[in-house]
Design a protein around this ligand. Sequence first.
Ligand SMILES: Nc1ncnc2c1ncn2[C@@H]1O[C@H](COP(=O)(O)OP(=O)(O)OP(=O)(O)O)[C@@H](O)[C@H]1O
Length: 598
Amino acid sequence: MLQHRPHTGHAPTASKSVWSLFQDRTFRQFLSIIRKFKWYYVGAISAQLALTATALLFTEASRRLFDQAPDIPGRTITWLLVVFMIVFALQLSLTFVNNWLRSALNESVVYDMRRQVLNHVQRLPLAFHENNHSSTSINIMNNELEIAKDFVVFDVQKLITLPISFIIVGLYLLTVHPLLGVIAIIIGPIQLLSTLVYRNKFKHALQLQNAVSREVFFTMGEMLQGVREVKANQMEDMIHDRMADIQRRGVAYNVLLTNVSTIRGIVKDLPSKLGYVAGVGVGMTMMASGQIGAGGLVAFITLLDKVSEPFTVLVDTINNLQRSISGARRLYEVMDMVEENITDGTSLPEAAPSIRYDNVSFDYGEKANTLRNISFEVPAGRSIAFVGPSGAGKSTIVKLLYRFYDPASGQISLNGLPLPSYQLHSLRQHMALVSQDIFLFDGNIFDNIAIGRPGASREEVERAAQLAQAHDFITALPQGYDSEIGERGIKLSHGQKQRLSIARAILRGASILVLDEPTSALDVETESSFQSDLGQWAANCTKIIIAHRLSTIREADYILFIDDGEVVEHGTMEQLIAIDGRFRRYWDRQNVSVAASA
Ligand SMILES: Nc1ncnc2c1ncn2[C@@H]1O[C@H](COP(=O)(O)OP(=O)(O)OP(=O)(O)O)[C@@H](O)[C@H]1O
């Protein structure tokens, strides 16, 4: 925990040609989002082009005004003033419409993308979540999605509107006077060359700053998730020092980025300043020789930026495209991962099934032989316990039953049919888990129990809570079942959380019950009544028990002693004790410690 991790983000693909960017698969995925919201784009782009048209109308009216001044007839003045008023009203209305559409588009795209990513990520196999730090997924859903969204929403519009504006405004200025038009038009390409200055330095500074942002995110996420361990292990100073180091680098990279950007900005502005001087000089000379009126010069000054701007903005937009594609590629890598297929297959019957493992082997990749040739059978409605040292593979056997992972070899079957022939949704619907790792959601107690069976009535929830020995402590709370339990149930004791988790499993009414040391956090009295109640409400379930404690093991019909991924002993409790092997030693050690603590 809280160690420096290598960053998973990709560097911008600086060497890519512009054309290859447009052919990139990620760019094509952008296009599918654009297609979905095409009418917003059509509206926003039309509003922007209409704004360019009003700018031309304004310039043309001004040109006529200044060309004829001071001998302009009163009627023409009135007309021109009316034109100005109409132009201003149109500009205000179009700006409003444009902003409204852009904001609606922005929110629609970002929520749509986030909803799709979240929905997809939760349907990915457990292996994805176990192999990726949660902050990586959150970073993808937040930062990288935002970068991609900025391109999809804003930059795409510029790629369409700016070239059109350049052509229309450039042609207009050429009609005002060819030389002035040419001066305005060539500023853009010169500015384009100026963007090459410090280009790589700028990209490098940007990468450094992005990497630091990701580090901040990662460190904050881990600190908040592990705040108890942070406090208990007095890690505050270590985290503080780490944040101080991040801050030092963050400030340095930000200053570097600002300085490089400022120098690039100055170099970029220079051609337009020089173009302005040249244009005014040429314009004044031509005015003196009567080739143009004052209006021509006014038109040049008004539209100078509108002609040169598209070039430089387009370069920024293409740079953004590189950045967005590299951010979005990680996003789409995740989106391309295959979701679990939860719909195909036959439904599991309501009645408790028999469970059978035949020579099942499995490994997680890094650790070979996590499970080796596991074989056992549990008849319908009976129970089996897995006992053995920590890390032996007990939970992994259960993960295979949930189909969080599939075996590398061997077969698991329910009622004689291979596990993959069952619909995953139906399989998991018929399973309930009471685990020692209890996860409660932020919300009230009622909702947390009702997760076991959405739509359950108040009576059903209360009945489940009674069987789980949770009803009394719940009703003693000021808000009863409506009490909020805080993030991950932080306001409850471990034993109370475990009882809620048991209530949730009871309510589920499953036919396969997985008990992963379900009573580890309960006091002796509550545990013994839990065990006797279990006989009632779980009588019709096939039970798999992961057990460390004698009290839990005692309840099982059959026991497997697992060590290092293998079944080393198996039998009923009496048989295993009689063998006088590993289980017997385990049993005796526990008896001694129970006796010592009694
Ligand atoms: N997601 C994972 N990726 C890689 N290795 C894993 C993963 N989960 C578990 N392991 C490894 O597989 C082995 C078996 O783990 P498992 O959790 O099944 O043991 P266990 O017997 O249930 O342990 P415990 O009694 O401590 O809960 C261990 O060596 C563990 O480190």
